[in-house]
Design a protein around this ligand. Structure first.
Ligand SMILES: [Zn+2]
Length: 236
């Protein structure tokens, strides 16, 4: 069983036009393995080390460091952790040994019976989220910037502004909302998923194929395109 300990709450606020103050959440999962999810910015070294010390975990005793995506406020301080497995976006490595894992095909990476890493792209092309089951808070998802903060449930601009692909991110968000009791977002405190977001969302993928021809009559090329559309149906 794991304890989810947020060592630093993420934050983000616009201080003036063109200038934002932001820092990413840093989370320790303490249990059969010691796991850090996101390592803050390069200026968070002391916060990270003192937080670990307070909870009795030496940097050498960390088994996994997982960075949800490659933005600078989520990947500082990696070189404090020399003896663990590093997972950054879809890369899995220990020292110079890179282990192939097919996150890109949607395959989760299982650490043990309680902790899985899911590909949840959209904010960038290769984000991951960490799913922790059977905690004191039920199932907790540590998601990086897939969710900015609790308020982004009601105000989509908060997550869509920084999104490389809002359509893809929306699908990843739904995948998480279906299973998580609590979320640790990238830029706000941990929050409980409101029940209306858990129970009333069903996703139907529609796919349709169509063909078209292009080119001059002599060398016309026929192309088949498949189109996917995501429809959200609210049910109860
Ligand atoms: Zn980011």
């Amino acid at each position: 069983m794991y304890e989810v300990i947020v060592l630093k709450d993420g934050y983000s606020k616009l201080v003036q036009t063109g200038l934002r103050e932001a820092g990413g959440s840093i989370t320790l999962l303490k249990g059969p393995k010691n796991i850090i999810v996101d390592t803050g910015s390069p200026w968070d070294r002391d916060v990270l080390l003192s937080g670990l010390k307070k909870h009795g975990v030496a940097p050498e005793a960390v088994h996994y460091v997982i960075c949800t995506h490659g933005h600078s406020d989520h990947v500082g301080n990696l070189n404090l952790f020399q003896s663990c497995v590093h997972i950054l976006s879809y890369d899995v490595c220990r020292r110079d040994q890179y282990m192939m894992h097919d996150f890109a095909r949607g395959i989760p990476y299982e650490i043990d019976d309680f902790v899985e890493i899911w590909p949840t792209p959209g904010h960038t092309g290769a984000d991951v989220s960490v799913i922790v089951r059977d905690t004191a808070h039920g199932t907790v998802a540590v998601t990086g910037d897939l969710f900015e903060c609790k308020e982004d449930l009601e105000d989509p601009e908060l997550w869509q502004d920084g999104s490389e692909s809002p359509e893809v991110q929306q699908q990843s968000r739904i995948d998480i909302l279906k299973i998580a009791d609590y979320i640790v977002p990238g830029h706000g405190p941990m929050f409980q998923v409101p029940s209306e977001y858990r129970k009333h969302i069903r996703v139907v993928m529609m796919s349709e194929e169509y063909s078209y021809s292009s080119g001059n009559s002599g060398d016309a090329v026929s192309t088949s395109v498949s189109k996917s559309e995501c429809i959200i149906v609210e049910t109860d």
